[in-house]
Design a protein around this ligand. Sequence first.
Ligand SMILES: *[C@@H]1O[C@H](CO)[C@@H](O)[C@H](O)[C@H]1NC(C)=O
Ligand SMILES: *[C@@H]1O[C@H](CO)[C@@H](O)[C@H](O)[C@H]1NC(C)=O
Length: 374
Amino acid sequence: MDSVRMWIILLILFRQWTSCAGADTHWTYTGSVGQTQWSEYFPHCGGTKQSPINVETSQAQHDPSLTPVRPLGYRQTGNQPFTLTNNGHTVEMSLPGWMGLGGLPWQFTAVQLHLHWGSSGGRGGGSEHTIDGHSSAAELHVVHFNSELYPNVSTAMKQKDGLAVLGVLIETSEDTNPGFENIISYLENIKHAGQKVPIPAFDVQSLLPLHLGRYFRYNGSLTTPPCYQSVLWTVFTERVTVSLAQLRKLETALFSSPVEESDSHLLQDNYRSPQPLNRRVVVASFPPDTTTVYTVGEICAMVIGAICGCIGLAVIIHFVIKTVRSTSSWDVLPSVRPTSLPRSKETEKEPKQDVVFKTTSNPEKEEAPPQPEP
Ligand SMILES: *[C@@H]1O[C@H](CO)[C@@H](O)[C@H](O)[C@H]1NC(C)=O
Ligand SMILES: *[C@@H]1O[C@H](CO)[C@@H](O)[C@H](O)[C@H]1NC(C)=O
């Protein structure tokens, strides 16, 4: 009886522990439920197709069938405001259902967009995806679900072909980005986790790079728990820029803690480290040799450089040949000269060396005895 009771108690405790460890677990980027611990509480986070990744450009395979991404209805603002939310992990903006994505294997409908950033004005990184090991200052994610196959995002996010996310790498420049200002200027209104604010609708395409035809694509996951491996990723090669002041505001305006919590923590460094690629292939929409685009000036410099190089090489070769020729004639002379010197053994060898030099036209060096002249 006692052992049965003990088992029942253990079972109840186990159930409570597992329900705690589910969706309710409060995760963070560092600390006791930091990113290295996520997989203990959210098993998908320990999967083999996780995101983000470091994209090795030299390993990406060009797929000529990849057409430019087509944002659908991104420029239509409608007459309803967008909702900006501090969810404790990021700032998230809801997107209207008429927005979608074309140029993918299925029709995708937009759900929300959010950002990831660092804490040091971009110097210590902040983006999730890295390219050839290079971090950007921040990263924008525009999340869509497969509305051709699934009724809503909560169902789709658990299916392997459920989501499509656009990844836009963000760097800093001199200029204020007016598109991002539509979001950044309202962060003061949602300082604490759980707060929301309606903001005027704006052209969401203004947040994307100009050229939507150059990107990397791979199968990956949500970059936050529960890390479902349901995302077809598109990471654009063209970066967008915001001013340092805008980045600073993003890095310092929000708290990850709710308003009622006395000790507030800045919402910073909300980016996950690159995950193992494992057996996945990253495809590129563009061929590898066009990765570097040269300006007219650079091409001129390269042509002039090549010509100068050729002339230089010709001059060097000319001098080497000249030197070799004259050296061989100098070598012959001393070898001839010592014959006149009285030396016991060497003197006997010298004439042979002399023959070797002179017999470039006569292959049978030593075998050939001096032929009598006709
Ligand atoms: C999503 O769709 C599923 C299946 O139709 C349904 O059970 C669920 O309640 C829906 N969820 C939401 C949030 O609408
Ligand atoms: C993603 O996975 C699907 C199979 O689930 C495959 O058909 C597709 O080619 C993969 N896409 C990429 C970019 O690897």
